[in-house]
Design a protein around this ligand. Structure first.
Ligand SMILES: Cc1cc2nc3c(=O)[nH]c(=O)nc-3n(C[C@H](O)[C@H](O)[C@H](O)COP(=O)(O)OP(=O)(O)OC[C@H]3O[C@@H](n4cnc5c(N)ncnc54)[C@H](O)[C@@H]3O)c2cc1C
Length: 223
């Protein structure tokens, strides 16, 4: 197990509550797209508060990137990350993660659950292998959609969004259901990559089971 301390290069806003944090990349650090690390803020009182975050840069990039949804009301690590500036330190611990690409399929994400798919799709795009992969991305409102433009340009009509708390033209409304999946997924024999909060994961697993999707086809991680 290696532990790395890295300096922050930049912090930008991606949405109203999502940050893009780039840091220097330590020599020797390797990961596969979809993997995460345990991250700590190198600041008194926070050095022991590790939280898992996914690398959204590519393994060959000269920097590390994280795309992080922040929760101001929880007064936890993500709220503290909102105060981060260039030159501040972050500590990276183990590298792990259940999500890895296994071939063309349907990706289903809720909110920050899309982060492992950012790295995977950027990797596929860099190899010209986006193919017929599909991303269904569920959010509360349009303003919560992370990297809409980038997904639109990478996936075109294979990027499908659904909003639970807002009725807006051009977006499906409600929660993902069996009927929604039947309307948008043409091949149920391909892999399903699923990542989101626990209630969404439970619901999707039940729906995919109803649709006779074999559990072995499902690559998943709960956020
Ligand atoms: C493998 C993996 C990879 C991940 N990658 C990313 C990523 O790349 N980007 C990303 O944005 N997220 C990612 N996550 C999720 C991320 O780890 C959490 O959002 C983060 O740990 C929250 O940390 P926090 O300290 O801000 O809040 P927490 O530690 O969740 O909460 C702090 C306190 O707030 C309270 N609290 C907790 N949950 C709630 C709630 N739902 N409502 C109200 N109060 C609550 C509790 O009192 C808790 O002690 C990943 C998760 C996993 C498992």
């Amino acid at each position: 197990m290696s532990k790395y301390t890295v300096s922050v290069k930049s912090v930008e806003s991606v949405t109203h509550d999502v940050l893009r944090i780039r840091t220097e990349k330590p020599p020797g650090l390797t990961f596969t797209p979809g993997q995460a690390t345990e991250l700590f803020i190198d600041k008194t009182g926070w050095e022991t508060e590790g939280r898992p975050f996914t690398f959204t840069s590519l393994p060959d990039d000269e920097y590390l990137e994280f795309t992080i949804k922040t929760y101001a009301s929880r007064k936890g690590v993500t709220n503290e990350l909102r105060k981060l500036k260039g030159g501040d330190g972050l500590i990276l611990n183990d590298i792990f993660g259940a999500i890895a690409y296994r071939g063309e399929g349907t990706f289903i994400a809720g909110g920050a659950g899309v982060t492992p798919f950012i790295s995977i799709f950027r990797f596929l795009r860099s190899n010209s292998e986006i193919g017929n992969n599909k991303l269904i991305f569920a959010n509360k409102t349009k303003a919560d959609i992370i990297l809409k433009q980038e997904f639109d340009s990478m996936l075109g009509t294979n990027f499908i969004t659904i909003l639970s708390d807002e009725k807006t033209e051009g977006y499906a409304h409600g929660l993902i259901t069996v009927d929604f999946l039947k309307a948008h997924v043409t091949d149920f024999n391909r892999p399903f990559y699923v990542c989101g909060p626990p209630p969404m994961m439970d619901s999707l697993e039940a729906q995919l089971s109803d649709l006779k999707v074999d559990g072995k086809q499902i690559v998943k991680e709960e956020f």
